[in-house]
Design a protein around this ligand. Structure first.
Ligand code: THU
Length: 298
C-alpha cells in the first residue's frame, strides 16, 4: 500500500474508487522520483477541518485546498531520491515502508476547483495528492525555478497514468487563430473553435455561412468534422471564441459534441480579447441524447 486513506467527513454519494486512484497516483509519484518502499496518509476533510489545522499547525486562520505534513526532513535543495541513507534510517519495520507524512485534502475546495477547471472531482483529487506527495518528498514552490521542477514532476507522474492537464490558454489561443478564417459575410460574427482529441491532437474550425442561410455551418461542427476525418472519435475538450460576443455553442453543436464526449467535456467559451469561462458539456446540455441510448458505443 502506498497510501492510507482516512475520511474525516462522510464520503459523498457517487464518489467511488478514490482509494484505488490515489494509490496509483502515489505509486506514480514514487516511481517518478525513483524511490521505493514509501507511503503516506491521505486525510480527507472539509473547509472547517483544514482551517482548524492551518490555524493550529501553521498559525494561518484560513482554509486552503491541501496541506502537507512531512515526517522526513530533507536538506535544502535535496529530495527523497538524493537521500537513500536518510530513507533507510526512517524505515518503519512495522509498516514495511518509510512513512513520509500526511497529505490533508479539503474536499469542499477540491469540488469547487474541479468545477472551475471543468474537470471531474477525481482528477482534482489526483492533482492535489500528487502535489502533496512531492512536498512530502522534499519539493517546494517558493522560488520560480523550484516551482517549475515541482510542476514538471507532478505532470510527469500524472501523465504516466494518462491524467493530463488541459492547457485551456493554448486551446483558446488556437480557437482565436482559427476564428480569423471565418467566412461570415451575412452575420459578420466570426467564430473559431479548437477541439482537443483524447490522443492530444488538436483540430480547428471556423464558421462558414451560405447565401441560403440555413446551409451555413458553425465553427464547432467544422472543428468536429476536421477531427472526425482524421480518425478521432473521442474529444477531451473544446474551445470556442466569438469576435464580438461570447460564442455560446448552439443547441445543434452541443448535441454533436455529446456524440463524441461525455458530460464532463470542458467547453472553454469566450470572446476575442476578453478571456473565457469554462463549463462542462453536461451543464450546457443536460440530459442530451447519447449514442448509448441507441445501443452504440463510440
Ligand atoms: N456560430 C458559430 O459558429 N458557433 C457558435 O457557437 C454560435 C454561432 C455562427 C453561426 C453563424 O455563422 C454565426 O455564428 C451567427 O449565428
Amino acid at each position: 500500500m502506498n497510501i492510507e486513506l482516512q475520511w474525516e467527513i462522510s464520503v459523498p454519494d457517487g464518489l467511488t474508487d478514490v482509494e484505488a486512484l490515489l494509490e496509483r497516483v502515489a505509486g506514480a509519484c514514487f516511481s517518478t522520483e525513483g524511490i521505493e518502499n514509501a507511503a503516506f496518509a491521505v486525510r480527507i476533510t472539509d473547509d472547517e477541518g483544514i482551517r482548524e489545522l492551518n490555524r493550529t499547525m501553521r498559525n494561518i486562520d484560513s482554509a486552503t485546498d491541501v496541506l502537507s505534513f512531512p515526517t522526513v526532513q530533507f536538506p535544502t535543495g535535496r529530495t527523497a531520491k538524493d537521500c537513500p541513507k536518510r530513507l533507510r534510517r526512517e524505515y518503519d519495520p512495522y509498516l514495511g515502508k518509510v512513512n513520509l507524512g500526511d497529505c490533508v485534502i479539503n474536499l469542499s475546495r477540491a469540488m469547487q476547483q474541479a468545477e472551475e477547471y471543468g474537470h471531474p472531482l477525481t482528477r482534482e483529487l489526483a492533482y492535489l495528492t500528487a502535489h502533496s506527495a512531492f512536498h512530502l518528498m522534499g519539493y517546494d514552490h517558493m522560488e520560480e525555478e523550484e516551482k517549475k521542477v515541482m510542476r514538471e514532476m507532478e505532470e510527469k507522474a500524472l501523465g504516466s497514468l494518462g491524467i493530463t492537464r488541459i492547457d485551456y490558454d493554448a486551446l483558446f489561443a488556437k480557437a482565436c487563430e482559427a476564428m480569423k478564417n471565418a467566412y461570415c459575410p451575412y452575420s459578420k460574427f466570426q467564430v473559431g473553435a479548437c477541439i482537443l482529441a483524447e490522443d492530444g491532437r488538436t483540430f480547428e474550425g471556423c464558421n462558414f455561412e451560405n447565401a441560403s442561410y440555413p446551409a451555413g455551418i458553425c465553427a464547432e461542427r467544422c472543428a468536429a468534422g476536421n477531427a472526425i476525418v482524421h480518425g478521432v472519435r473521442r474529444f477531451a475538450a473544446i474551445a470556442v471564441v466569438g469576435s464580438t460576443a461570447v460564442a455560446w455553442p448552439c443547441g445543434i453543436c452541443r448535441q454533436v459534441l455529446r456524440e463524441f464526449s461525455d458530460e464532463s467535456l470542458p467547453v472553454i467559451v469566450g470572446q476575442f480579447g476578453k478571456g473565457y469561462t469554462v463549463r462542462t458539456l453536461g451543464e450546457l446540455l443536460p440530459e442530451g441524447l447519447r449514442p448509448e441510448d441507441l445501443g452504440v458505443t463510440v
